[in-house]
Design a protein around this ligand. Structure first.
Ligand SMILES: [Zn+2]
Length: 487
């Protein structure tokens, strides 16, 4: 009897284990020990994360505060500092512990510049100095049409002692020179300054850097509107002499700044980095570039810290500063964390409604990314998984240091991106639903990378990295930007 009772109890336990194991219930739970949090299975955690992203989109409200209470958050500015304080305040309010990783960089500060048409008419033009344009005493000079500002254009057209007027309209089949290249060639040709005509209409400017090295630009250079640029071009075309007066108060200054970091320690120090740049250009509110990424990262950190506080690997959330000025925050982060075991850096820069992922040339991510695209049927993952790589956002310093990166592919509506790097980058353009969609998908990706040990930690050597970038078609671009460190 006793034996048969023991047997039936044993059989009962075996049955319970077999029935309940797939749901993740542990025997411990069964025995009434509810202290240990029940680790959710992947599919279950995916549902929680995707659901939470819609239930409580806190990032949208944080972004409204950043856009309205701080505005354009140029690195080293009071607006940037105000923005960091708002972000830290909100992170703490949601139970996270932000810290600042400080750094210093060659900075830049916009001044009260003026580009004035003095003849045949008197008019102050709407312009924005490019970054690293340094203070220059006021001067007057004639304006010369320099077409697209290529070396050939400066060879064939006279510009010595004059101001170069250059169009940024792309020509099919012809490579568009980088503004840093035009400025260098213009200075070598003896030009006094460069005016870049924007290729978008509507009174828009296109902020950008004169170079990414932190050196003072050899001559003042400005973005100007299409409308005023076309007027000046027509005057020159008609043979009317055009004279300008340029006054530059913007200047290069050393800057102290910081990245904002929150860490979710894992059972191992292997790290998954989820990053987005926090800074923005100054003339708009920086709501899309990169307020969207900043808000997404906020919600991803909030959700993972709440729903999946314990992971196999460490997850680090980094709001990089100084991206627009030359990827300075991410460069400084990589310098400071060069010896970390980084599984992946996920970069979010103006990430819209999810459409897929780029494995950025890292084949070992393909199985996971394809699996997620297949699973996320509620989203329009129509672009699936690509393996292309590109430059000019915070993933770049990680790529250059041999760390693997992933970029979520997203869709933003046309009107949201036409005001890129302009006055019109404002909060009203932000799509709240797209934020919820993207933070759900990226938090699921981060959760998987942090718990799926089968995804290896890979680090390329310098030689492997050079080969990887060459194969990815990035060598020329990086050389032209002065950012190829492998010679
Ligand atoms: Zn950006």
């Amino acid at each position: 009897m006793l034996i048969s009772r023991i047997c039936s109890v044993f059989v009962l336990v075996v049955v319970l284990v077999l029935v309940l194991a797939p749901t993740g219930h542990t025997v411990a739970q069964l025995s009434g020990d509810h202290s240990a949090p029940r680790p959710a299975s992947s599919p279950e955690m995916h549902q929680r994360l995707a659901g939470s992203a819609f239930l409580d989109n806190a990032g949208y409200d944080v972004l409204r505060r950043l856009s309205d209470e701080a505005g354009g958050r140029w690195i080293g500015s009071v607006e940037n500092e105000r923005g960091m304080q708002i972000l830290e305040e909100e992170l703490r309010r949601h139970g996270l512990t932000p810290r600042r990783e400080t750094f210093s960089v060659p900075g830049w500060r916009r001044g009260d510049d003026e580009v004035r048409l003095v003849s045949p008419a008197d008019r102050v033009l709407r312009v924005a100095a490019l970054g690293y344009v340094d203070a220059t005493p006021a001067f007057e000079a004639d304006l010369a049409w320099m077409n697209r500002g290529t070396a050939e254009d400066f060879d064939s057209l006279q510009c010595e002692g004059r101001i170069a007027l250059v169009t940024q309209e792309a020509q099919p089949g012809r490579e568009t020179p980088l503004r840093s290249e035009v400025i260098r060639v213009a200075a070598e040709a003896g030009a006094r300054a460069v005016l870049f005509i924007n290729d978008r209409k509507g009174g828009q400017l296109l902020c950008g850097m004169g170079n990414f090295q932190g050196e003072a630009a050899p001559v003042p250079a400005f973005s100007m509107t299409w409308e005023e640029g076309m007027r000046l071009h027509r005057l020159i075309d008609a043979g009317v002499p055009v004279r300008m007066r340029v006054t530059t108060h913007s200047r290069c200054v050393p800057v102290e700044s910081a990245n904002i970091v929150c860490t979710l320690p894992g059972r191992s120090s292997e790290k998954v980095i989820v990053g987005a740049h926090f800074d923005s250009w100054d003339i708009g509110q920086g709501s899309v570039d990169n307020g969207v990424g900043t808000a997404l990262l906020f919600d991803i950190a909030r959700m993972l810290a709440t729903l999946s506080p314990e992971n196999e690997r460490t997850v680090e959330f980094v709001w990089f500063n100084g991206e627009e000025m030359g990827l300075w925050g991410s460069r400084r982060y990589v310098e400071a964390h060069r010896d970390d075991a980084i599984v992946a850096m996920i970069n979010m820069d103006m990430t819209g409604s999810p459409r897929g992922f780029s494995a950025m040339g890292n084949d070992h991510f393909l199985p996971l990314l394809e699996e997620l695209c297949a699973e996320l049927r509620g989203y329009d993952m129509s672009r699936g998984v690509i393996n292309a790589l590109w430059t000019n956002s915070d993933h770049q310093p990680f790529m250059l240091a041999g760390f693997p990166t992933i970029t979520p592919l997203g869709h933003l509506d046309r009107e949201t991106v036409t005001t890129y790097h302009d006055f019109g980058d404002t909060f009203d353009l932000v799509n709240k639903r797209y934020l919820s969609e993207a933070s759900g998908v990226v938090s699921i990706l981060a959760f998987e990378l942090a718990n799926r040990i089968s995804v290896p930690v890979v680090r390329r050597t310098a030689a492997e990295t050079a080969a990887y970038l060459r194969a990815g078609g990035l060598e020329q671009r990086l050389r032209r930007q002065g950012e190829w460190p492998f010679d």
